[in-house]
Design a protein around this ligand. Structure first.
Ligand SMILES: NC(=O)N[C@H]1NC(=O)NC1=O
Length: 174
């Protein structure tokens, strides 16, 4: 799919295809459709990022709260979104040892208790060892720093999801 095909989409199709580039936040996709035509994939990404940046803190917290825990309840019950399942599997979150799994569960809970939103990291650009280390280190950060960091990770996840949809040659994307 090239950018002119993206620009030609009805809002229904646009939301169907791109609705989960920010996890469980199709409202963002539906909102940025207004800004067509996009001159490039980067322009579409920039528009999404600007929308996120313009949200009040409560909106940014809401985005973070739409993310499932890494190796959490949704992974175990098979209720992750397709994108999230693939990302978590790539980082080895579906194949933790018992000790690793209980460490991640404990740290996820500690993080959420401290900040009121989940630990978010772009799983595709890291690995299990780094996730475990960052989860532990980032629990020590100030809340504002973690809000900002979490949103940066959301944007990285979004970029890779967009690239997967627009740049892949998969035939059933339109
Ligand atoms: N909590 C969290 O980071 N979740 C995720 N990260 C990612 O790359 N995909 C996710 O679902």
């Amino acid at each position: 799919m090239d950018i002119s095909a993206v620009n030609a989409l009805s809002y229904e199709d646009f939301v169907n295809i791109f609705g989960n580039v920010v996890e469980k936040c199709p409202l963002i996709t539906a909102a940025v459709w207004t800004s067509r035509p996009f001159i490039s994939l980067n322009a579409l990404e920039a528009t999404i990022n600007e929308f996120i940046d313009a949200l009040p803190e409560s909106g940014k917290e809401g985005i973070l709260r739409c993310h499932p825990d890494l190796a959490g309840r949704d992974l175990h019950s098979g209720t992750l979104t397709r994108e999230s399942r693939e990302e978590q599997a790539r980082a080895g979150m579906d194949a933790l040892s018992t000790a690793e799994a209980s460490r991640v569960a404990r740290l996820n809970e500690e993080y959420k208790r401290r900040f009121g939103f989940p630990f978010v990291i772009c799983a595709r650009t890291t690995d299990k060892t780094r996730i475990l280390r960052e989860l532990s280190e980032r629990c020590q950060n100030a809340r504002a720093a973690e809000m900002a960091r979490g949103i940066e990770e959301v944007k990285k996840i979004c970029r890779l999801r967009l690239q997967g949809l627009v740049l892949s040659d998969a035939p059933n994307k339109l």
